[in-house]
Write a protein that binds this ligand. Structure first.
Ligand code: NAG
Ligand code: NAG
Ligand code: NAG
Ligand code: NAG
Ligand code: NAG
Ligand code: NAG
Ligand code: NAG
Ligand code: NAG
Length: 526
């Protein structure tokens, strides 16, 4: 049995940062990442066969995503990111299987008809917008795919071999090599497009402008951004939408150099991913000071940490459950991603506890899960607050400068960390615990002590906790508080140590210096 006590000093901190309009519209979104081939089958297809080890197509399409958006929207997500839509390699099977994932680009300017027609992609985009959701499309610009180091490019967008860098194998850590040499190996080469070339830049510019406009795309996720950085501002200006890039690796200075007017709006926060695994995975080094270090550096080095993409899984990484045996650790890191600065991203299947290792085992089909309402799914719904508008993130954002306020570390020990963002306090621990029954949202009210502290004691497990001042919850529809339009809340099962008064159909609380706790509680069960 672990005993762990954290004492928090409660206070309000607001900091501001500025950025462009389209990025601004993404700041409060939460993203569900999809591999098109693996998310859903068209109605009526055989739903049994899809072994990720076969590395071949399983049948998901843009239409089947559109037909199954309720599952994503009901969890409160306000955007999806789909795998690349461009035409891929279509030759004989390679030693690494087929191009089911969409990253093996042949002609980037054509659609991949494996996943549907132009009208199907428009239909998906329209349906997302009808629901008030955004569409983010993955694009691969750095490279194409081939089977040799001297391929025939005649069926590609760039047909002239001089529009590619000459073959060499990447030496990581050597920037010139990273920018100009080829990913892949000699079985499947990934010829490196010469993005310094003027005709290449112009063609890419025309293509991305047309793609974004034709399909009404709201944002781009950019694969492999290790090209000459001055390529990106022009590319993204042509796109005219938010760009978030993949910069693989934990080097903070390198990562930070990719965010800003000289590069991209945002990147995926790989250094933070490394810190989360270091601090929370069980078993693992459980190094909380590494986490503190990355948070501190991240705040100092990135132009705008509030736009970075926070994740713990994706198509290239082992599932969290393959790294950590304790689901409590998953709930802690997910709570971090939703409550910390930045845009939370959840990789499809994470909510279903999928546990495959790296590629291809982390690309499981989602349908065998029956899209169940799991504990993790319910946790996500709470963090997004899918019970109707407003979302927790958007609600906090609209009622204060919550989204733009920078997270501060209140206190940290080897076992836990307490953070404040705006007027919200998040307490996370790496204690872990065997979980029996999970109660996601208890809405227990905590009273702040006269000296301005709350004391937390862990005796039977390390659940994540998010504290919101009750003064900030009016209009949220959470924890018995009325929603923005409601005179009376639908929720009645609020347990409170404070005073609750029922007047004229409106729930109110005694507001004296109290905070409300969302408590992921495994402690009640013994
Ligand atoms: C190419 O694929 C074969 C068969 O899977 C494998 O044995 C070999 O190691 C691969 N070559 C390289 C350079 O990775
Ligand atoms: C870095 O890579 C480039 C391109 O491959 C190469 O020409 C150069 O010699 C490398 N530098 C070092 C220090 O290895
Ligand atoms: C924990 O991380 C810090 C900062 O990154 C590092 O200096 C320290 O050596 C690590 N401790 C352990 C036990 O790995
Ligand atoms: C990790 O992934 C590998 C390959 O998919 C699998 O064999 C193993 O059982 C997984 N481990 C866990 C803990 O799920
Ligand atoms: C999922 O289950 C929880 C209770 O465990 C419930 O509150 C929630 O409404 C469910 N979500 C959906 C989309 O059915
Ligand atoms: C504040 O009060 C709590 C009890 O409410 C006590 O445990 C704690 O030591 C006090 N902290 C300070 C800094 O006085
Ligand atoms: C909650 O908000 C409503 C509408 O803005 C307001 O009339 C009411 O007084 C507020 N209640 C509390 C307790 O602040
Ligand atoms: C809240 O009110 C707005 C405007 O009156 C309306 O469009 C919306 O549907 C209402 N939401 C709920 C949950 O009733």
């Amino acid at each position: 049995m672990h005993i762990f006590i954290l004492v928090l000093i409660c206070g309000l901190i607001y900091l501001q940062s500025a950025s462009a309009a389209t990025a601004e519209q993404w700041r409060g979104r939460s993203i569900y990442q999809i591999i098109t081939d693996r998310y859903a089958l068209p109605a009526g297809s055989n739903s049994n066969v899809c072994d990720p080890g076969d590395q071949t197509w399983c049948g998901g399409t843009w239409n089947s995503i559109r037909e199954n958006l309720d599952y994503i929207q009901n969890a409160g997500f306000t955007a999806i990111w789909i795998s690349p839509v461009s035409q891929n390699y279509e030759g004989p099977r390679t030693p690494y299987g087929d191009a089911y994932h969409g990253y093996w680009i042949a002609d980037v300017s054509k659609l991949n008809d494996r996943f549907g027609t132009s009208d199907d992609l428009k239909g998906l985009s329209d349906e997302l917008h009808r629901r008030g959701m955004y569409l983010m499309v993955d694009v691969v610009v750095n490279n194409v795919m081939a089977l040799s180091t001297t391929p025939d490019f005649t069926s590609y967008l760039f047909k002239d071999p001089t529009q590619y860098h000459p073959y060499c194998s990447i030496q990581w850590g050597n920037v010139t090599s990273e920018q100009n040499c080829w990913l892949g190996d000699t079985n499947v080469t990934l010829p490196d497009v010469n993005t310094q070339d003027g005709t290449v830049q112009a063609s890419y510019g025309l293509w991305i402008q047309s793609l974004v406009q034709t399909y009404n795309i709201d944002g781009l996720r950019i694969d492999g951004t290790h090209v000459n950085t001055d390529f990106w501002p022009v590319f993204c200006e042509n796109a005219g939408v938010f760009c978030i890039g993949e910069v693989f690796g934990s080097d903070m200075d390198q990562a930070a150099s990719y965010q800003g007017p000289q590069a991209l709006d945002s990147i995926l926060h790989y250094p933070m991913y490394g810190a989360l695994t270091n601090a929370f995975a069980i078993p693992g080094p459980q190094n909380m000071s590494a986490m503190v270090d990355v948070i501190t550096q991240s705040k100092r080095k990135f132009v705008d940490p509030g736009l970075l993409g926070n994740f713990v899984e994706n198509q290239d990484l082992p599932r969290w459950a393959n790294l950590s045996v304790d689901i409590q650790s998953l709930w802690n890191v997910m709570t971090f991603n939703f409550m910390f600065d930045g845009i939370p991203i959840v990789y499809y299947g994470q909510e279903q506890g999928f546990s495959g290792n790296a590629d291809p085992w982390n690309r499981e089909p989602l349908w065998p899960s029956n899209y169940a309402n799991t504990s993790t799914y319910a946790l996500i719904s709470t963090l997004n607050q899918a019970g109707g508008p407003p979302l927790l993130r958007n609600f906090l954002g609209s009622s204060s400068n919550w989204l733009k306020s920078e997270t501060q570390i209140l206190t940290a020990t080897t076992k836990g960390i307490a953070l404040s963002k705006g007027n919200v306090i998040t307490v996370l621990t790496n204690i872990g615990s065997p979980v029996r029954h999970l109660q996601i949202l208890t809405c227990t009210q905590f009273i702040v002590g006269s000296n301005g502290t709350i004391e937390m004691q862990y005796s039977k497990g390390g659940a994540a906790a998010v504290f919101v001042p009750s003064t900030a919850l009016n209009g949220s529809g959470l924890c018995g508080f009325p929603g923005s339009n409601q005179t009376k809340s639908a929720r009645s099962s609020v347990s409170s140590h404070g005073t609750r008064i029922y007047t004229n159909g409106i729930y109110t609380y005694s507001l004296a210096a109290s905070v409300v706790l969302f408590w992921l509680d495994s402690c009640k069960v013994e």
